[in-house]
Design a protein around this ligand. Structure first.
Ligand code: B12
Length: 247
């Protein structure tokens, strides 16, 4: 089973952030014996829609997982549409924040097979396992499907409360060199601001846990530490504690 994850390009300016969710899902899949996995970070690679589709096709995936925010949903759909036209048997799975909030919108497109809502680790694993065994996809917790025009919203899957139970993300699946330049810029910011780390940490945020993040983005230039559960950086884990007012 060949599994491809795609992060669509942003429509205007690209950024170089590691799509950590894919790396986490990659580890869970690997632990269950699925080793033929690729991540195509078209966002950080600055790829066009056409090139993304071409590179994706060259891998000849059986299943493609596409992550979408509202800002990338149109590009995600274009990629999915192009892929399905060239590889009609491929299963197209959408996930990410936009897909979690508005799954039905995506499923109005016949080339979208299934939407995974919220945390993807175990839900996507189950999708893949069922594809391998040939079982129905219809009743997987945490998914939404369009079955003959009827939207089926399966119950939520329980949240992963013990984040320490997760394996470390498979960053080796990511194009790590592509993030290097950003990393160097961020390192300069850390030195200038005398910070040890840039951390986003939280819980109960939005629809899912916010885990830790180690990408690099000028947004955080003014921000030693970002928001925790109560907007205070979280309990007992704030070595920096200098969240500026304008952050
Ligand atoms: C850290 C963060 C960033 C970082 C890193 C982003 C990155 N690509 O890694 C930085 C600061 C760079 C960033 C930038 C932006 N961000 Co941001 N970001 C977040 C934040 C706080 C956490 C995301 C995260 O890392 N979660 C942890 C990882 C492990 O989980 P995950 O990525 O969500 O993936 C899990 C699930 O979502 C799901 N999943 C995700 N994709 C897929 C795909 C498939 C197929 C499946 C099955 C499952 C699945 O499974 C994963 C594992 O459980 C969220 C808010 C939140 N609480 O989620 C906002 C958030 C996602 N960001 C948002 C936005 C708007 C942006 C920007 C567009 C802002 C801008 N105008 O530039 C840019 C886009 C940059 C980019 N290239 O992605 C919005 C999106 C809103 C929306 N409606 O779509 C959010 C929700 C914040 C908000 N409340 O407004 N962001």
């Amino acid at each position: 089973m060949k599994i491809l994850f795609v992060a669509p390009p942003l429509p205007i300016a690209n950024s170089y952030a590691q799509p950590l969710g894919f790396a986490y899902m990659g580890s869970i899949l690997r632990n269950e014996g699925f080793t033929n996995i690729r991540i195509l970070d078209a966002c950080s690679l600055d790829l066009s829609i056409k090139d993304t589709i071409q590179l994706a096709c060259e891998f000849e995936p059986d299943v493609v997982g596409i992550t979408v925010m509202t800002v990338t949903v149109n590009n995600g759909l274009k990629i999915a549409c192009g892929l399905k036209a060239l590889l009609p048997k491929v299963k197209i799975v959408f996930g990410g924040v936009h897909a979690s909030v508005l799954p039905e919108d995506l499923l109005n497109n016949t080339f979208v097979d299934i939407v995974v809502r919220n945390e993807g680790e175990y839900t996507f694993l189950e999708v893949v396992q069922r594809l391998v065994s040939g079982e129905d996809l219809e009743d997987i917790k945490g998914t939404t499907l369009n079955i003959n025009g009827e939207i089926i919203n399966n119950p939520n899957r329980s949240r992963i409360i013990d984040l320490d139970s997760l394996p470390f993300p498979s960053r080796d699946l990511l194009p790590l060199n592509e993030y290097k330049e950003r990393a160097q810029k961020a390192a300069a910011i850390l030195r200038r601001e005398e910070l040890d780390a840039l951390i986003v940490n939280g819980n109960e945020a939005d629809y899912a846990n916010t885990r830790y993040f180690s990408g690099f983005w000028p947004l955080f230039e003014r921000c030693g530490v970002a928001v925790g559960a109560n907007g205070d950086g979280g309990e007992g884990n704030l070595p920096i504690g200098n969240r500026p007012e304008d952050c």
